[in-house]
Ligand binder design. Structure first.
Ligand code: IMP
Ligand code: MG
Length: 170
C-alpha cells in the first residue's frame, strides 16, 4: 500500500498550538473537561491539552463503529464511557477526524442528555465528502475533501498509527 505525506508533523504542531490558543482564550477563567475519543485521538489530544494555558481535566470515551474497514457501519457502540460526572461542566469533545459525522453526532447527543453546562467540538481533521450528519466543529484543524488518512494516531485496520505525519493511502 502506497502512503503519501499529506500534512507533515511540523504543520500539525503549529496547527495544534493555534487551536490550543483559541481554546485557552475562549475558556479563560474556566476549567473545561476535554473528552478524547479513543483511540485515534491520542497524539493530538496529548499535544493539545499540554499546549493549553488554562487548567483542564481530561477524560476519554470510546465508540466502535468502524470494524477494520474504511467505511462507517453506522451503528455506534459506547465501549468506554467518561468517568468524571459531566453534569454542569464545560465539555470539549476532541476527535481526530470527522467523516460521516455519525460518531460525533451520536456521542454529543449522548453527552448533552447528561446536562453539561456547554459542549463544544474540536477536531483535527474535517473530511467533508461523506458527511451524513451535520456536525458543528467549533475548533477545526484541517479541512480535507476526501481520501483515507493514516498516521498521527489515525489507523487503517489498526496499522500506521505511529507515523508522525498524516499520510493519505493511495
Ligand atoms: P464518522 O462516524 O464516519 O464521522 O467516523 C469517524 C471515525 O472514523 C473517526 O473517529 C476515525 O476513527 C474513523 N475515520 C474516518 N475517516 C478516517 C480516515 O481517513 N482514516 C482513519 N480513520 C478514519
Ligand atoms: Mg476516532
Amino acid at each position: 500500500m502506497e502512503k503519501r505525506v499529506l500534512i507533515p508533523r511540523r504543520e500539525i504542531q503549529s496547527k495544534v498550538k493555534e487551536l490550543a490558543g483559541r481554546i485557552s482564550s475562549d475558556y479563560a477563567g474556566k476549567e473545561p473537561i476535554l473528552i478524547g475519543i479513543l483511540n485515534g485521538v491520542v497524539f493530538f489530544f496529548a499535544e493539545l491539552v499540554m499546549s493549553l494555558s488554562i487548567p483542564s481535566r481530561i477524560d476519554f470515551i470510546r465508540a466502535s463503529s468502524y470494524g477494520s474497514g474504511k467505511a462507517s457501519s453506522g451503528t455506534i457502540n459506547l465501549v468506554k464511557d467518561v468517568e468524571i460526572p459531566v453534569k454542569g461542566q464545560d465539555l470539549i469533545v476532541v476527535e481526530d477526524i470527522v467523516d460521516t459525522g455519525l460518531t460525533l453526532n451520536n456521542l454529543v447527543g449522548n453527552l448533552r442528555s447528561r446536562e453539561p453546562a456547554s459542549v463544544k467540538i474540536c477536531a483535527l481533521i474535517d473530511k467533508i465528502e461523506r458527511r451524513e450528519k451535520e456536525v458543528k466543529i467549533d475548533y477545526c484543524g484541517f479541512k480535507v475533501q476526501e481520501g483515507f488518512l493514516v498516521g498521527y494516531g489515525l489507523d487503517y485496520a489498526e496499522r500506521y498509527r505511529y507515523l508522525p505525519d498524516i499520510c493519505v493511502i493511495e
